[in-house]
Write a protein that binds this ligand. Structure first.
Ligand SMILES: [Zn+2]
Length: 289
């Protein structure tokens, strides 16, 4: 794991130049100490994302995105956890010692809590993606809020045994990127970062892993060789493609950036009520963004 206590490990250099050198050395040391394969891709750096300064990111939906450098990518996976495929994605990420962000759907998270805990235990960041993946802009506003909260509480229950609607990682992605001004305002008021994406593989469509790899790498080039990448771990062709994609990133000198929530962001609204169990109208998750 790379996200061990950074503050204890980072030296206190006396200049910016030394700070950069120290950061590189620290990163290499952390990588070497935690990654069993010395030729693995590895996570190059940890980027703290603060809702106060970047409440919404991802150029597909918003005018701004994360401050990524040339050849830096962020890996994000939506719609899990899914027992048939998520472990394969986790194994590929672990083999290359890279960390991703998973935007989980609440209902499958409640059905597979051990998989939610495994994702977190392997060092990945866990955001949420509603309770049952409806298009929130097309349902009643109060139902949209319930979808957001129920999704958060299901993931928190799986991770920590507490059905709180205050997320321990305040990262959210709308199903189908279908936000509304009201839900965006609500999430911002609660200090929850809304993630769009900078590029995706359209992996909700049928395709072979080879076709997906070609599409994704082409789009990464078109996007300027950087960005927040959206994939879907419940898609078998994606799970089958991820090892080759990580190899592509390594061969082409990309760097994987691991997102973590800012430690000192605004306090999310506390809503202590405990949600009831699954609703009768719960529908299966759709494998769309
Ligand atoms: Zn989705």
């Amino acid at each position: 794991m790379i996200n061990v206590s950074r503050s204890k490990s980072t030296p206190r250099p006396i200049s910016l130049g030394l700070a950069l050198v120290a950061a590189v050395i620290w990163g290499q040391a952390a990588h070497a100490a935690t990654c069993p394969r010395k030729d693995a891709l590895g996570t190059s750096r940890i980027l703290s994302v603060d809702a106060a300064t970047t409440p919404r990111v991802g150029l597909k939906s918003f005018p701004q995105t994360l401050p990524l450098e040339d050849h830096e990518v962020v890996l994000t996976f939506d719609d899990g956890p899914w027992p048939a495929t998520t472990p394969k994605v986790l194994a590929a990420l672990a083999r290359e010692c890279v960390h991703a962000t998973f935007f989980l759907i609440g209902k499958p998270a409640s059905e597979h809590p051990e998989l939610v805990r495994r994702i977190a235990a392997e060092g990945h960041t866990v955001g949420t993606h509603s309770w049952t993946h409806p298009i929130l802009s097309q349902i009643k506003p109060e139902d949209a809020v319930d979808q957001i909260d129920h999704g958060i509480s299901a993931v928190e229950m799986a991770l920590h045994g507490t059905a709180t609607t205050t997320p321990s990682t305040p990262f959210f992605r709308f199903p189908g990127f279908a936000s509304t001004p009201a839900t965006l305002d609500l999430l911002q008021s609660r200090g929850i970062v809304v993630f769009g994406a900078d590029l995706w593989a359209s992996d909700w469509n049928p395709m072979t892993p080879a076709e997906e790899l070609k599409l994704l790498t082409g789009r990464l080039t078109e996007a300027g060789n950087r960005g927040i990448i959206l994939l879907h771990d419940p898609q078998k062709h994606t799970a089958d493609m991820v090892p080759a994609f990580l190899q592509y990133l390594k061969d082409n000198h990309y760097h994987v950036v691991h997102l973590v929530p800012a430690a000192a962001g605004p306090k999310p609204e506390v809503k202590p009520e405990v949600k009831p169990g699954p609703k009768a109208d719960a529908a299966p998750a759709k494998a769309t963004p």
